[in-house]
Write a protein that binds this ligand. Structure first.
Ligand code: FES
Ligand code: FES
Length: 161
């Protein structure tokens, strides 16, 4: 199959790639660009481990062809840092022990960021709903919800991160 040109900005860096048009976005992000924070889990749009942010929206990158993201701006967990400092959500995850094996963490962070950008003052019920597309086998979710609640309450502003 003839390769197609794709232009994409990932973590503020612009890339031009010739790809097999059947490639999934998760394959381009991990295998061609090397952003391996994004995980391949179920590969059937269930677990959320592959979640990235495309033009402000959390998207499961196993669910889209890479060419569907042509011309977009993508952020992965590697792009969350701000001026070399952990993002407030990353800092809160660390402080609250909101990860164990870490396999879900990258996708969970990206869904959390998109959710809090959209809804900066959620209730804990809304937080649970906001991350319900991301599965975690380890934490039981409570520590993740506490971490996001702390961010929402302003305990992790960017200048404190
Ligand atoms: S790997 Fe994409 S949702 Fe599980
Ligand atoms: S920390 Fe292991 S799956 Fe979430």
């Amino acid at each position: 199959m003839e390769k197609q040109l794709m232009r994409i900005i990932v973590n503020e860096q612009e890339y031009e790639l010739y790809i097999n048009p059947k490639m999934l976005l998760v394959e381009v992000i991990r295998d061609l660009l090397g952003f391996t924070g994004t995980k391949r889990g179920c590969e059937s749009v269930s677990c959320g481990a592959c979640t990235v942010i495309i033009d402000g929206m959390a998207v499961k990158s196993c669910s889209v062809l890479a060419m569907q993201a042509d011309g977009t701006k993508v952020t992965t967990s590697e792009g969350l840092e701000i001026n070399g400092q952990l993002h407030p959500i990353q800092k809160a995850f660390l402080d609250h022990g909101a990860y164990q094996c870490g396999f879900c963490t990258s996708g969970m962070l990206m869904s959390s960021k998109a959710f809090l950008d959209e809804n900066p003052n959620p209730t804990t019920h809304e937080i649970r709903e906001g991350i319900e597309g991301n599965l975690c086998r380890c934490t039981g979710y409570n520590s993740i919800v506490r971490a996001l609640d702390a961010v929402a309450k302003g305990n992790y502003r960017e200048d404190k991160a």
